[in-house]
Design a protein around this ligand. Structure first.
Ligand code: AHR
Length: 342
C-alpha cells in the first residue's frame, strides 16, 4: 500500500513540475509574441510617415520589371509611402520626376540613373531642399560627391571581370600562337554605368592576355530586340567569331534567336557569357545554349526601404552597398537552382 502511495506521490510531483514548466513556456511564448507585435507596430508607425520618391528608368528587361516589383513590394511591406515614376528611358523624365519630388517635399529621393552624367543641377536642388538622395542600381559620375548620400546596387566592374575570367578559363588550353579567340561584345545602354563598367572590367582582364581579341562591340541598349538585330546584321559571318560577351540576358536571348535562325549552335560553336541570371538565361544555360551566367541581383527593394528609414531619421548610411550575387557556370551542378522569380 505504502509503496503504491509513494509511487503515486512521485508521479504527482513529476506531473506538477511538468505542468509548471509548460505554463512557464507558454507565458514566455506569449510575452515574446506580444513584444514582436509591439515592435512591428512601432516600426510601421515610424515608416508610415515616410514618403519616398523613386525614379525608375523604365521596363527594358525582365530584370528591370523584377527590380520595380521589388521596390513596390518592399515599400508596401515597410509602410513607406512610395511616389513611383517611370522615366520611359529618358533622362529628362527622370530630372522632371526628381524636381517634382523636391516640390512635394518628400523625405527621401531614390533614383536609378539611366546614364551616369548630367545630374549636377537637379541634385544641387535636392541638396538645397535638404532632401537626401540615394543612387540605386547604376552609378553616377559627378564632381561633387556630397550631392548624394550613398549607392546601393551591383558591382558592374566586377561583373565584367568575372565574364572575362570565365572566357580565360574556358579557353585555357588555347595556344596564343594560334589565331586569337575572337570576341563579340553586346554592350548595354551607352553612357550607363552598367555598360561602362562591365566593358571596363572585361577589358581589364582580357586586353593584357595574348590570344584574345575583341573584334566587335556594339550597343544593344539592354534590349532583346536589339540583341537579335545586332547579331543578325553582324558585318561578318558567325564562323568568324568564337565567343559572345553580352551585358544582359535580354540581349543574349535575342542573340540566341539570331544564331539559331542561321543554324549556329550557341554554347558550342560560339561560347556565350551573359549577365543578369534571369530564369530564361538559366534555362538556356541548363540546355547548353549559354556557358556562363553572372547574376546581377534586382531584388534591392528591402535594402532601399531600410536605407530610406535611416535617412528619414537623419542618420548616415554606408557610402556603397553592393548586393550579394553569384555566378552560374556550365560545369556547376545546375539541378537545384531555385526559381529565379524574374
Ligand atoms: O542596370 C542593370 C541592368 O539594367 C541589367 O543588367 C539590365 O538587364 C537592366 O536593364
Amino acid at each position: 500500500m505504502r509503496e503504491d502511495e509513494n509511487k503515486k506521490n512521485g508521479l504527482n510531483k513529476i506531473a506538477k513540475a511538468y505542468i509548471h514548466k509548460l505554463a512557464l513556456m507558454l507565458f514566455y511564448a506569449m510575452l515574446f509574441i506580444a513584444c514582436q507585435k509591439q515592435e512591428d507596430s512601432g516600426q510601421n508607425r515610424e515608416s508610415k510617415g515616410i514618403i519616398l520618391g523613386f525614379s525608375q528608368i523604365g521596363a527594358e528587361s525582365a530584370w528591370r520589371t523584377c527590380n520595380t516589383r521589388s521596390v513596390r513590394d518592399a515599400a508596401a511591406a515597410a509602410g513607406i509611402q512610395l511616389l513611383f515614376s517611370n522615366a520611359e528611358q529618358k533622362q529628362e523624365n527622370q530630372i522632371k520626376a526628381i524636381r517634382s519630388f523636391i516640390a512635394y517635399q518628400v523625405d527621401v529621393i531614390a533614383f536609378v540613373p539611366i546614364v551616369s552624367s548630367g545630374w549636377e543641377n537637379v541634385l544641387e536642388e535636392a541638396k538645397e531642399a535638404r532632401i537626401p538622395v540615394l543612387v540605386c542600381d547604376r552609378k553616377i559620375n559627378i564632381k561633387n560627391d556630397d550631392l548624394y548620400v550613398g549607392y546601393i546596387g551591383t558591382d558592374s566592374t566586377e561583373e565584367g571581370r568575372l565574364a572575362a575570367k570565365f572566357l580565360l578559363k574556358k579557353f585555357e588550353g588555347h595556344k596564343a600562337s594560334e589565331r586569337p579567340i575572337r570576341i563579340v561584345e553586346l554592350s548595354g545602354t551607352e553612357g550607363s554605368s552598367a555598360a561602362i563598367e562591365r566593358s571596363a572590367g572585361f577589358r581589364e582582364c582580357i586586353e593584357n592576355q595574348s590570344g584574345f581579341e575583341i573584334i566587335y562591340s556594339a550597343s544593344g541598349d539592354f534590349l532583346r530586340s536589339k540583341g537579335y538585330e545586332l547579331m543578325r546584321t553582324l558585318p561578318f559571318d558567325f564562323t568568324e567569331m568564337d565567343a559572345l560577351f553580352s551585358h544582359n540576358d535580354g540581349m543574349t536571348l535575342g542573340a540566341l534567336d539570331a544564331m539559331k535562325e542561321k543554324g549556329v549552335n550557341p554554347g558550342k560553336d560560339i561560347i556565350i557569357v551573359s549577365i543578369d541570371a534571369e530564369q530564361a538565361a538559366i534555362d538556356a544555360l541548363k540546355r547548353g545554349d549559354v556557358n556562363c551566367v553572372i547574376e546581377c541581383n534586382p531584388k534591392q527593394g528591402p535594402d532601399i526601404m531600410n536605407l530610406a528609414r535611416h535617412l528619414a531619421r537623419g542618420e548616415s548610411i554606408p557610402r556603397i552597398i553592393n548586393m550579394t550575387e553569384q555566378v552560374f557556370y556550365e560545369w556547376d551542378d545546375l539541378s537545384d537552382i531555385p526559381a529565379r522569380g524574374y
